[in-house]
Design a protein around this ligand. Sequence first.
Ligand SMILES: *[C@@H]1O[C@H](CO)[C@@H](O)[C@H](O)[C@H]1NC(C)=O
Ligand SMILES: *[C@@H]1O[C@H](CO)[C@@H](O)[C@H](O)[C@H]1NC(C)=O
Ligand SMILES: *[C@@H]1O[C@H](CO)[C@@H](O)[C@H](O)[C@H]1NC(C)=O
Length: 329
Amino acid sequence: MVGTGCSGTNAYRYGTMREWVLSLTVVLADGTVIKTRQRPRKSSAGYDLTRVFIGSEGTLGLVTEATLKLTVRPQSENVAVASFASIQNAAECVTKVVEAGIPVAGVEILDDVQMKCINASQTTSRQWKESPTIFFKFTGTPSAVKEQISMVQKLAANASGKSFEFARGAEEMKELWSARKQALWSVMAMRRGPEDRVWTTDVAVPMSRLPDIIDATKEDMTKSGLLAGICGHVGDGNFHAIILFNESEKKVAEGVIHRMVKRAVEMEGTVTGEHGVGLVKRDYLAHELGETTVDAMRRLKLAFDPLRLLNCDKVIRTEQPAPGEIKEW
Ligand SMILES: *[C@@H]1O[C@H](CO)[C@@H](O)[C@H](O)[C@H]1NC(C)=O
Ligand SMILES: *[C@@H]1O[C@H](CO)[C@@H](O)[C@H](O)[C@H]1NC(C)=O
Ligand SMILES: *[C@@H]1O[C@H](CO)[C@@H](O)[C@H](O)[C@H]1NC(C)=O
């Protein structure tokens, strides 16, 4: 979590890992052990080294200890599922909920392909409509949760929602949320043979651009002929592609993902919202951030790790790439 600064379905309400780490103990490349700061909730004391290490994917130091903030557990929790005729209607509903300032704990979208996989793979205990679906999570006092559900239900109806269901009890809540949990596994269950692999990746864009990028990416996926689903933390403008492919379809899958990443950058978004950069996305950073910003990152890397011992060449290249190694943008 610290390594990639990652997050999940609770980030819309609670923020990502970056918001929850107060301080880190880190072993530097030369063996020095440092603690980034003490543990008050806020501090103006010097550079924010904590956040330098969060998301550095092991390239700047080895994290051995993390001090986290805690929060109270909400008194009450519930889940609702709304299905829509189109992904545009679903996106419209999300925009309305966000604009109304309803403090939902999570807003997750699964497209028709993803819902089809979940239904067909029977990885959950119930049957699902095979249309674009939004999963809402609500937390708070019991009366606040009730009020939020009723507000969201109205907004879903206003966005031409086809159905709206909320859980009546802990068992049902688990059951409703299970589909979201099974997104990845249900695509895996659709493998045609042992040679099939599943590619998951993510991008994030400003909220206002989310319907556009989901639309364009979905069209591209349909054209590709691959089994490819979209699922996303839409409250954050963050979504994932989950693509099934075999070796002879790999080029096609790469094309779909490359264009999805490019689209995100062109919409002032990011090449990864929570999965991180690693090797595959490092050459995209210059397009998102600019050469000079990547150079500043490289200087930071070399300041912390001049001998390039730590997870070398991940996130930021420190070696010259071989000719032809960097793909065309
Ligand atoms: C969902 O899956 C079940 C079991 O395979 C199937 O009977 C049902 O028709 C599917 N629902 C839709 C909407 O296709
Ligand atoms: C949806 O909301 C709009 C604007 O708030 C309102 O004018 C319209 O009547 C509503 N439609 C439905 C079906 O509730
Ligand atoms: C990949 O899947 C396609 C479609 O099912 C099939 O035609 C092709 O032979 C498969 N290729 C490999 C390498 O398994």
